[in-house]
Design a protein around this ligand. Structure first.
Ligand code: NAD
Ligand code: UGA
Length: 323
């Protein structure tokens, strides 16, 4: 089986690609190596994948339809698509709004148009985000909850992509599942996310900036659990005209200051904490109801932060030492 995987040089993309290749699938990978964060990290992830049998890489911008649409004709063997390429980062969407609409809305549309042209397409799984729930007070967040009050442009583009997908399911019977990922962390993570920034600050003695004193809560989800869930869903195609949206999270809401304590323990050093007001882009709490994905494919998160954080820090320390 051949899987078209976008965002393969990214954090989650690396782990999904490794999981697909480990079970013998071929991966046709697309990524534009966007300079949003250190491209050496993306190249290092790619180098790992390029050493594995069954992996092919195409450097391309998913929003560039002149390059993307011909991929469908060139690769009729593709039966499944995993679309992870995006401009991520909740807070950065205040800084560079255009990048979000370009990658997350136009890019999403182009990938749907590619999928529509694949003669043997069985299923497209794409990345959405817990941020679509905005500041909802009802917890845990469930797929049937209202999602029409985004508090960041990032969230608005992820919700827009879900709606574009819904129209394509209705119009073209395109079988799709959107996965709402909840704050993913782990080895090969992103330098713009809290685990990396906090670890670096702890190691160098610089202050760790905690929004609202670290009282915000996140459903931190370990990346191996995410990769297992992506493959589980991929193996259970949605009905063409009934688009599916599923939460994928750890099903535990943890205060950020508790996450910092676990990081401190793993690194053997204390953090110097600075309390800062929460940015308008960041919600108070996220917490995933995962009963739907559990019922679909038996998804069960297996990694509490006490296990996942030391796995992250041991990778991080070796990366800092030069890989
Ligand atoms: P990442 O930035 O590490 O990976 C995304 C990859 O997409 C990068 O390698 C980047 O170069 C590539 N990319 C960006 N724009 C592109 C474009 N126009 N064309 C081709 N490639 C492009 O981020 P990640 O954390 O691995 O996120 C993967 C997906 O999951 C994204 O859709 C993100 O929005 C979503 N998500 C992530 C989290 C999380 O906590 N990491 C949570 C919710 C949702
Ligand atoms: C993450 C990803 O960055 C988004 O791409 C993704 O869409 C989102 O998860 C999601 O779940 O949908 P975020 O939860 O903000 O966003 O992840 P981190 O940047 O790792 O932040 C974790 C927590 O630490 C958040 O509560 C954030 O407010 C807090 N934080 C972050 C601080 O207290 N201080 C900081 O300096 C940075």
């Amino acid at each position: 089986m051949t899987v078209l995987l976008t965002g393969a040089a990214g954090f989650i993309g690396l782990h999904v690609a490794e999981a697909l290749l480990a079970r013998g699938e071929r991966v046709l990978a697309v990524d534009n190596l966007s300079p949003y964060y250190d491209v050496r990290l993306k190249r290092a992830r790619l180098a790992r994948l390029e050493a594995l049998a069954g992996f092919t890489f195409v450097e391309a911008n998913v929003a560039d339809r002149e390059v993307m649409l011909p991929l469908a004709a060139a690769h009729p063997e593709v039966t499944r698509v995993v679309h992870l390429a995006a401009q991520p980062g909740v807070r950065h969407s205040l800084v560079d709004p255009f990048a979000y609409v370009e990658a997350n809305v136009m890019g999403h549309l182009v990938v749907l148009e590619v999928a529509r042209r694949l003669p043997r397409l069985e299923h497209l799984v794409y990345a959405s985000s817990s941020s679509v729930y905005g500041g909802n007070r009802k917890l845990p967040f469930a797929e049937g909850d209202r999602v029409d009050h985004p508090v960041s442009l990032y969230a608005a583009t992820k919700r827009a992509a879900e709606l574009v997908s819904e129209s394509y399911a209705h119009l073209f019977g395109l079988p799709q599942t959107g996965l709402r990922f909840f704050t993913v962390y782990g080895p090969w993570g992103r330098p713009d996310m809290a685990p990396w920034m906090f670890a670096e600050a702890i190691l160098t003695g610089r202050p760790v900036t905690l929004y609202d004193g670290g009282r915000l809560k996140r459903d931190f989800t370990f990346v191996d659990d995410i990769a297992a869930g992506v493959l589980g869903c991929l193996d259970h195609p949605a009905e063409g005209s009934a688009p599916r949206l599923l939460n994928i999270g750890n099903n535990r809401s943890v205060e950020v200051r508790r996450f910092v304590e676990v990081l401190e323990d793993a690194l053997g050093r204390r953090a110097v904490v600075v309390d800062t007001p929460r940015p308008a882009t960041d919600v108070e709490e996220t917490f995933a109801d995962i009963s739907a994905i559990q019922a679909l494919c038996g998804f069960t998160p297996r990694t509490p932060i006490e296990v996942g954080v030391p796995r992250f820090t041991s990778w991080y320390l070796s990366w800092r030492e030069g890989g």
